[in-house]
Design a protein around this ligand. Structure first.
Ligand code: SAH
Length: 219
């Protein structure tokens, strides 16, 4: 969903390019040393960044990179970081851009977990290829994932979830977590996103899965 354009967004992003990167390219293959970690998470479509910020503080030894193409949302996300009392950039960054370019930003095998939270559902058939879980994206993720790496997905959208299950299976993934009502049980290990909170407040179920390669690729 697109946010209303914010006038302050562009200058704000310009001023905070040390956090809100215009590209991931300079760090391709070097993210783990930049973020002082052995475990790299990438969240695609981070929105206003609540999930990334919370997870980065819950797991300070792991590295967190968020990707967001909506420049107004990205600016809000950056502002949340810099307006917090103790801005902590040690284990997180964001890339302001379109995830279609992800192969230019991360090296093969560099990413341990890819997070897709409440991705745009693109319900019309001719738009399905834009889905972040569609085949073209899964092929890119497959290149980027480390041995034992995984893709985590949460959504409220039944159509997107059902279709995504098929995309994963058709592309050689299998599931190690799968829930049609993820928040029925407590999951304190996993932060709640902005969208997720809205759907939980409405009493709607959250679908969740974790996908891994069904057969490890040879290295
Ligand atoms: N993850 C957040 C926001 C969900 S809305 C939450 O759960 O609250 C989906 C977000 O994905 C939007 O902010 C949209 O701009 C972003 N997005 C969609 N396609 C994208 C792409 N190809 N690259 C980067 N961001 C994308």
């Amino acid at each position: 969903m697109r946010m209303r354009k914010k006038k302050w967004a562009e200058p704000y992003l310009q001023e905070h390019q040390d956090y809100a990167l215009v590209s991931g390219e300079p760090y391709r293959g070097k993210w783990k040393s930049l973020l002082h970690t052995d475990v790299l998470h990438v969240e695609i479509g981070m929105g206003k960044g609540d999930y990334l910020n919370q997870m980065a503080s819950m797991y300070p030894d792991e590295g967190w990179v968020g990707i967001e193409k909506d420049r107004s949302a990205a600016a809000v996300a950056a502002r949340k970081v810099f307006e917090s009392e103790h801005p902590d950039l040690s284990n997180k960054r964001m890339i302001v851009g379109d995830a279609a370019e992800i192969l230019a930003w991360f090296a093969p095998g560099e990413v341990d977990v890819i997070h897709l939270n409440f991705s745009d559902p693109w319900p019309k058939k001719y738009t399905h290829k834009r889905r972040l879980s569609s085949q073209a994206f899964l092929e890119r993720y497959d290149i980027l994932l480390s041995r034992g790496g995984s893709i985590r997905m949460k959504t409220d959208n039944t159509g997107l979830f059902e279709d995504s299950v098929l995309y994963f299976l058709e592309n050689g993934f299998t599931f190690t977590e799968f829930s049609a009502d993820y928040r029925r049980n407590p999951h304190p290990e996993d932060a709640v996103t902005e969208y997720e909170q809205r759907f939980m407040d409405l009493g709607q179920p959250i679908y969740q899965l974790r996908a891994v390669r069904s057969r490890e690729k040879k290295e």
